[in-house]
Write a protein that binds this ligand. Structure first.
Ligand SMILES: [Zn+2]
Length: 284
């Protein structure tokens, strides 16, 4: 979401902030049981993963700051408490917004570049910064699960991780998975289309066929859904690249995508934004 706020004029932003607060006031946090101790929460922003058990509560991503109390209430209803561990799949504000609240009582763990990027975010509260960071990966032992944090280099950003709950057979993909939609690739924050595709292929090769997948955005998914989505990302980006090198107008390329991929541009990234991302990726 960050990219488009950046492009907005400050005066307009003030009005939008009001509108955004209204929007958050109406947001409900919807829980879905995934498997064993694992739950998914949907509200506004990136999907949340939870593990609730004898060791306490672990949260993966935490949406926007105004939703922190609602998220905590939803956790309590599921029998959890204040998160002891907060894992971030990446630094974007719709995944780390409640870090400052949960980081006051819990330990935030993320890839090295999540800390670097949050540190360079203006006025980001100190309590929201990761205290533990890693490069290639790390393993967390919690609620009888072995949780693999796997760094996904230069894909959606330069600081993403997949969070694989090995015993529960669940993986949170962060924003490497917009279920059934064109994805956001943050080229300005070290993201890359080819890296994004390679990262998803690597995870698909690694995890069992019957695993349950929490996407960054969209409904709870299976490996087949992730395969369908990444195949569409591959084919549509190839179409766009061919069109651009052919000298076609971006608007015409986008119109063709809308025809060939009905519904795929109905989320945060519509067909013309997808074309613009692929153009930016080619020019970086
Ligand atoms: Zn993101």
């Amino acid at each position: 979401m960050k990219l488009f706020l950046k492009l907005t004029l400050p005066l307009v932003l003030t009005a939008q902030t009001w509108a955004a607060e209204d929007r958050f006031a109406a947001v409900e946090i919807k829980p879905t049981h995934v498997s064993g101790a694992i739950h998914m929460l949907e509200g506004a922003g990136g999907n949340i993963g939870l593990s609730i058990g004898d060791d306490g509560t672990l949260i993966v991503d935490d949406q926007y700051a105004p939703l922190g109390d609602k998220i905590q209430t939803a956790i309590k209803k599921l029998g959890g408490d204040k998160p002891r561990l907060v894992l971030n799949t990446h630094f974007h504000g719709d995944h780390t917004g409640s870090n400052p609240q949960f980081g006051r009582t819990g330990t935030i763990v993320a890839h090295d570049n999540v800390r670097v990027r949050l540190l360079s975010t203006e006025n980001f509260p100190r309590s929201g910064l990761p205290l533990v960071t890693y490069d290639d990966g790390a393993t967390v032992h919690f609620n009888d699960d072995t949780i693999a944090l796997i760094h996904l280099p230069n894909g959606h950003t330069d600081g993403d991780s997949a969070v694989w709950f090995k015993n529960s057979n669940v993986v949170h993909m962060g924003d490497h998975f917009f279920n059934g939609r064109f994805p956001f690739v943050d080229v300005g924050s070290g993201g890359s289309i080819d890296g994004f595709i390679a990262n998803v292929e690597n995870v698909l090769a690694l995890v069992p066929d019957d695993i349950k997948i929490i996407p960054g955005h969209g409904a709870l998914a299976s490996k087949v859904d992730l395969r369908t989505t990444i195949d569409a990302v591959k084919a549509s980006s190839a179409t766009v690249r061919a069109g651009l090198s052919n000298g076609d107008e971006p608007a015409d390329i986008a119109a063709k995508l809308d025809q060939d991929y009905p519904g795929w541009g109905s989320g945060f990234i519509n067909a013309s934004r997808w074309v613009a991302i692929i153009q930016a990726d080619a020019n970086k």
